[in-house]
Design a protein around this ligand. Sequence first.
Ligand code: NAD
Ligand code: GLY
Length: 358
Amino acid sequence: MQTLHVDVGHSRYPIAIGSGLMGNRELLDKYIRGRDLLIVTNTVVARLYLAKLTESLAPRRMAECILPDGEQHKTLQTAGWVFDALVGKKMNRDATVLALGGGVVGDIAGFAAACYQRGIGYVQVPTTLLAQVDSSVGGKTGVNHAGGKNLIGAFYQPLCVIADTDTLVTLPDRELRAGLAEVIKYGCVWDPLLFEWLDKNMAKLLARDVDALTYAIGRSCEIKATVVAKDEREQHLRAILNFGHTFGHAIEAATGYETYLHGEAVGLGMLIATDMSRRLGLIDGAVKDRVRDILARAGLPTEPPRVGAAQVLELMHMDKKVLAGAVRLVLLEKLGRAIVTGDYSRSELDATLKEYFA
Ligand code: NAD
Ligand code: GLY
């Protein structure tokens, strides 16, 4: 087992990564305190892992809140169901919420924990690659609004993250690939050696080689912990972790959250942001080709949907990085280094959008 830490000053918590963690009573007892526990999960993950986890957590007082599966359910309504469960079980401030699932469950459960009685503790037990490399770490919680992605939420750090790599065995291939998009992101914006490593080890990752996956998760969490420690609330540096997300979130919203998985939309967004960086002369075409190539080899889509450029631009204006009406973009200066800027040629953005969208 590998243990890393996230330290944001007011909160320091462990990330445990490894095999068999969900059955490791000693570890669970050490990290999961609290008299009452509400396990928030969804119908798919409950069927696979809820019994195993509750058995390892016994004899605590536990209740469950099982949400419907899917990004379209990451709403205030489902967060309300978590509040209903907390109130229904008469849980107080000493209760703990445990998020068992992917990023959707983690974001909703963390948000509910942040709000309930003005904040109770929560634990992340991520079960998708995307959640293990990204969403369970760093304390971004929230839900979508019909007008845009993740518009309602809070920065609220978990008490710990327990990433049991055995759960990846049941993950559908498409979900695995979507998680790889976020690992590729870290290579693009922070760590050129990780990018090289991904280039060499993509086949192993797709074949679910345990050592390769564990390395990818550990390195991703190290990078995320480093960035979040420097800028928890995304005042500056953390925004680089949104590489591809301004375009990606707009693609998700424009297609009703049902056509692309989040990681797939981010992958497309990274391709478009890389191309925009090339148009602006920040990088040359070879870098763009490498990014496109690695996304394609990860089995991620590289063709955007037939949605209108004007609609995409309008949705981009709801991005949380918008300042004084200007859409700020995360762009590449080279592989492994990103900048966040609103200072770019508007006509190059229009040309980029026209190239990728109808
Ligand atoms: P998800 O939570 O929808 O999970 C993907 C699918 O896999 C779901 O159908 C789920 O039921 C299923 N599943 C989960 N674990 C499984 C397992 N072990 N075996 C089989 N099936 C399993 O999607 P995701 O990709 O994990 O997360 C995407 C969400 O995360 C988006 O809403 C995105 O906005 C959010 N996100 C948040 C952050 C953050 O910092 N908070 C970062 C990145 C993404
Ligand atoms: N997923 C980007 C972030 O957590 O900042």
